[in-house]
Design a protein around this ligand. Structure first.
Ligand code: ADP
Ligand code: MG
Length: 271
């Protein structure tokens, strides 16, 4: 258990919020004998078109994995399968050793430790809501926040470079700041696995660099799967890179090996 979660536990009983906050996600994922995410033979068709075609992919616990590939390769569809938004026609999808993602609803998958987002609130409120408080206590939430919960929000705000924006409406943030807010909201749920689909699209160069730093900071604490077209960004964070093409894995390995692969150059990098 993280220090923050332990702090919340020690405050249990002081407020409804602390009790709700105790039901933190992501602590029951069993990775003792293998990966955090295991996809095997996943296929998804839309009107006869195979968006995913026998896709197999394994993400280790704590890994930071980059996924690249041309438009239409199936990257977003893969994310949708992992979060339960899209059901595979065939194949196996496990979160840890015991959680069969194909048997869970979207909210159940989020609760198990793969996060999602809100809009239309201030930055502070967004982080608050993301802490999974019971809906009934949300109205009076801010007044009742424990010191531990406030500390946790402050810590996350600092991490996502939004400490100075806590009382602004999320709608007034810059595009880049909104992307960080989204990541911050995911972090408040203490996910074991973070899925980031094109996180730096539309960001300034400086925002992109900061986002790369954030990903590197989070790696290890969380397992992260990042889909991105921006190769400068990928180069900053890349460890293992997976190239998707026509719904399955075309190549996988260190950045330099993937970049030198003639098949990857042909379908993606060389264009
Ligand atoms: P990527 O994110 O790699 O660009 P996507 O996963 O979004 O690719 O899409 C893969 C293919 O599946 C594309 O050809 C896309 O048009 C198709 N597709 C994705 N979602 C749907 C859907 N809901 N209905 C029909 N076709 C879809
Ligand atoms: Mg996409």
């Amino acid at each position: 258990m993280s220090q923050d979660a332990a702090a919340l536990h020690s405050d249990a009983g002081t407020s409804g919020f602390a009790q709700a906050g105790m039901r933190l996600a992501g602590h029951d994922v069993d990775t003792t004998h293998g990966p955090i995410l295991y996809l095997d033979g996943i296929s998804v068709s839309f009107d006869g078109f195979r968006a995913l075609n026998d896709l197999s992919l394994t993400i280790d616990d704590g890994e930071l994995r980059c996924i690249i590939g041309p438009n239409g390769a199936g990257k977003t569809t893969m994310m949708d399968v992992i979060t339960g938004k899209t059901r595979p026609d065939s194949g196996t999808a496990f979160f840890g050793q015991t959680i069969d993602l194909t048997e869970l609803t979207e909210p159940e998958i989020a609760h198990a430790g793969i996060g999602r987002k809100f809009e239309q609130h201030t930055v502070f409120e967004n982080l608050e809501l993301a802490m999974k408080a019971d809906k009934r206590v949300r109205a009076t939430l801010r007044a009742r926040l424990t010191t531990a919960a406030r500390d946790r929000i402050a810590e996350t705000l600092a991490l996502i470079h939004l400490a100075g924006e806590a009382d602004r409406r999320a709608g007034l943030l810059s595009h880049g700041q909104k992307q960080w807010l989204e990541i911050g909201m995911l972090l408040m749920q203490e996910p074991r696995l973070l899925l980031l689909d094109e996180p730096v699209a539309g960001m300034t160069d400086e925002e992109t660099v900061r986002t790369a730093e954030l990903c590197l900071t989070l790696a290890g604490r969380h397992s992260i799967v990042v889909v991105e077209h921006d190769m400068d960004f990928i180069a900053r964070i890349a460890r293992k890179v997976t190239v998707l093409h026509e719904g399955s894995v075309l190549a996988e390995g260190p950045m330099d090996a993937v970049q030198a692969d003639p098949r990857v150059i042909e379908v993606y990098l060389g264009r």
